[in-house]
Design a protein around this ligand. Structure first.
Ligand SMILES: *Cc1c(COP(=O)(O)O)cnc(C)c1O
Length: 238
């Protein structure tokens, strides 16, 4: 079995240097995070609030020379914000106006507990599966070009997950929905209060499909299995 450091090197070798690699460490133990950190990785993705809070607290106690940046990538319930917003440098998975409103309220009410503005990506429903979360391109577009309702939120871009399939054409056409929306919105940066120069990221691509994602212009990929191996859904992570 190859080591996390070897896997990381291999994945990095397939990525242009300007693509941000989010190492998805969900369901993997803290030791796995630290192994990747020792190999140079600084950005990690977690999808469960409790796990993020526990890992970041364990890591904080180690006083690492360079901080880890945690990205939250899972479905976030509005009653779990306190476990995520103080620690996440980005919430990639904002999938509803209700969640956005809750984040805005929480950030306004806890000025010392999180950054001045919460960095978010809007999750776009690009898969053909009904079960996946997210805004439609039309909803996201209306929100981003709409009124300034979110003074504590920085809209940094879009995020999406393709249909779970081996069919590369389906994956491409899913990703295309995200890149088209981004291309339509980008020229309007600076024209709308929610669409500023900060709107730069397209986060798509996972272990199985990231080569396609890179080819299609992803600025950020979220990769777990190809770095850390298969997830054990039962093991304790700390
Ligand atoms: C788990 C997860 C990933 C990583 O998936 P892998 O197939 O293990 O690379 C990426 N994005 C999201 C939103 C996830 O939940």
């Amino acid at each position: 079995m190859s080591s996390i450091a070897d896997n990381l090197l291999k994945v990095k070798g397939n990525l242009p240097s300007d693509v941000c690699l989010v190492a998805v460490s969900k369901f993997h133990p803290l030791e796995a995070v630290l192994e990747a950190y020792a190999a140079g990785q600084r950005v990690f993705g977690e999808s469960r609030p409790q796990e993020l809070a526990a890992k970041q607290s364990a890591v904080a106690a180690l006083h690492l020379s360079e901080p880890i940046r945690w990205h939250f990538i899972g479905h976030l319930q509005t009653n779990k914000l306190k476990l995520v917003l103080p620690y996440a440098s980005m919430v990639e998975s904002v999938d509803s106006v209700e969640l956005l409103t809750a984040i805005e309220r929480w950030a306004a009410a806890h000025p010392g507990s999180c950054r001045d503005k919460v960095n978010v990506l809007l999750e776009i429903h690009i898969a053909t599966e009904q079960s996946k979360q997210g805004f439609t391109p039309e909803e996201a577009s209306a929100l981003l070009t709409g009124p300034a309702l979110w003074p504590h939120i920085r809209f940094c871009g879009l995020m999406g997950m393709a249909t779970f399939t081996d069919d590369k054409d389906v994956i491409r056409s899913d990703f295309q929905k995200l890149t088209s929306l981004f291309a339509a919105l980008s020229p309007r940066r600076g024209e709308c209060p929610n669409l500023t120069e900060d709107f730069r990221e397209m986060s798509f691509g996972m272990s199985e499909d990231y080569p396609i994602a890179v080819e299609m212009g992803a600025t950020m990929v979220r990769i777990g299995t190809a770095i850390f191996g298969t997830r054990s859904l039962t093991a304790s992570v700390l």
